[in-house]
Design a protein around this ligand. Structure first.
Ligand code: DUC
Ligand code: ZN
Ligand code: ZN
Length: 474
């Protein structure tokens, strides 16, 4: 039982008691008397919110000749402590591996997870056979989202025609296509030019990936999705120029959604210029942008043109991983950590500093990701019948983010020293208290694979089937 707390959903804020039985919320009422022997948490003065759903994580991810520093053990503990109770992680198929074979491998890797998990299947090499796997992936495996890259040529990138064919098939089966939108061809040329001129410092990572090339690729992906009649989700929107393309596409009726990440909301390009290669810690793609973009992105979250907040948790240790690029920024593995701090950063800079409402906070961290990626109505709200994935936040207490106490397997924290007014006192996953006062109290291996439903736009406030709006004439 959780008594005396203030429940927050994407639409409401009200005081009530909650009864949990097994894994589910079974009763919510003004006053519930605890049954004999019930464990009672007194949540007076605290918010009770649905567990965070981070749909953009790279745990145990092989990338750029190295691998991310967090696996499903350290990563899921860090997530739990940070209020994240479900993740959708990216796979990464090897050469000539089928998507299904690859998924099996990833399910094995994730078995140790302390929190619930699903996967977006990355397609890094087009083939006609892969198209045939998509319906099987969705129906039999519950993988109802894929990911395509428009950058990282030779490693992940697909071309426009491949993207069109994949999206078309995905759209027919209610599969959402995540897109990393940056113009990889031009970026590679700009990177080579910078290096040839001896411009090797981390700041050149930003200079060689300009906002215009993110906007161009974003517009292209949206147009391709529009013609392919497919739902599309633009990951990690970092700048005003790309957000404008999303807004334009939404206005003309494209089934388009977009995400931003905490790093684009509170960090900026100047971090890349920090001395002594400190800037290397902040190399991610798209790169951190000019500070003026931050308020634009917050406004996008507030207005709904950005639907979700994902961490893009792609962690590399400073010593030994980031330092691989000490003399050449293009060798710095791309990615920043965020799974442990996403929820707190959004609460502090969003809610506490008045940029978004409590309800909007819940919408972007839980409800919208659940609806978009087929986890609703098990996850994404505080309501009877939902999984008891709950975060209790005391908004009157503060804590300071520091690498010294983090669960992320890293030697730095991108948000070091930031003060958060809001302590996560309890985190529950399907009724188990998995974190308490910043300490992991759960068990490894208790996380469950989530078979996800196909995309349906009516959940997101669209027509019964937005796809019918975009009539095909062939
Ligand atoms: N961007 C990153 O910063 N890391 C992983 C991949 C990506 O798109
Ligand atoms: Zn990406
Ligand atoms: Zn990513």
């Amino acid at each position: 039982m959780i008594k005396n707390g203030t429940i927050v959903t994407a639409t409401d804020v009200y005081q009530a008691d909650i009864r949990v039985k097994g894994e589910k919320i079974v009763e919510i009422a003004e006053e519930i008397l605890p049954s004999a022997g019930a464990e009672v948490i007194d949540a007076r003065g605290q918010y009770i919110m649905p567990g965070g759903i981070d749909v953009h994580t790279h745990l145990a991810w092989p990338f750029q000749s190295t691998g991310t520093a967090d696996d499903f053990e350290s990563g899921s503990k860090a997530a739990a402590v940070g209020g994240i109770t479900s993740i959708i992680n990216f796979t990464n198929p090897g050469k000539n591996q089928t998507l299904i074979e690859n998924l099996r491998e990833w399910k094995e890797k994730a078995k140790i997870s302390a929190i619930d998990y699903g996967f977006h299947s990355i397609i890094n090499e087009y083939s006609d056979e892969i198209l045939e796997e998509l319906p099987v992936l969705a129906k039999e495996e519950g993988v109802t989202s894929i990911k395509l890259f428009m950058a990282y040529k030779g490693e992940l990138m697909v071309n426009d025609l491949e993207m069109y064919k994949i999206m078309k098939k995905a759209g027919e089966h209610g599969i959402v296509t995540n897109v990393h939108a940056e113009n990889g061809d031009i970026i590679d040329d700009m990177v080579a030019e910078a290096i040839s001129k001896g411009n090797t410092d981390p700041i050149y990572h930003a200079y060689t990936r300009p906002a215009e090339l993110e906007a161009e690729a974003t517009a292209r992906a949206l147009s391709i999705a529009e013609v392919a009649n497919a739902p599309v989700y633009i990951v990690h929107v970092s700048c005003k120029e790309a957000l404008e393309k999303v807004e334009m596409a939404k206005k003309r009726g494209v089934t388009a959604f977009a995400e931003t990440c905490p790093q684009y909301l509170v960090l900026d390009e100047s971090y890349l210029a920090l001395p002594d290669f400190e800037g290397g810690k902040y190399v991610c793609s798209p790169p951190l942008r000019d500070k003026s973009n931050q308020e634009v992105l917050w406004a996008g979250l507030a207005s709904g043109s950005l639907s979700t907040l994902g961490s893009d948790h792609c962690p590399f240790r400073f010593e030994g991983q980031k330092t691989m690029g000490r003399n050449n920024f293009s060798k710095i593995p791309n990615g920043v950590p965020g799974i442990e701090d996403l929820y707190s950063i959004a609460f502090q800079y969003g809610v506490q500093e008045g940029r978004i409402s409590l309800q909007k906070f819940v919408e972007i961290t839980s409800t919208a990701p659940a609806k978009l990626f087929g986890l609703y109505p098990n996850k994404g709200s505080v309501a009877v019948g939902f999984d008891a994935d709950l975060v209790l936040v005391d908004p009157n207490r503060t804590r300071t983010i520091t690498a010294e106490t983090q669960y992320q397997n890293l030697d730095y924290n991108a948000y070091e020293g930031r003060e958060i007014q809001g302590v996560l006192t309890h985190v529950l996953s399907r009724g188990d208290v998995i974190a308490k006062e910043g300490k992991f109290t759960g068990e490894l291996g208790r996380g469950k694979y989530q078979y996800r439903r196909a995309f349906h736009s009516s959940l997101l406030g669209g027509s019964a089937d937005a796809r019918s709006k975009q009539k095909s004439t062939i």
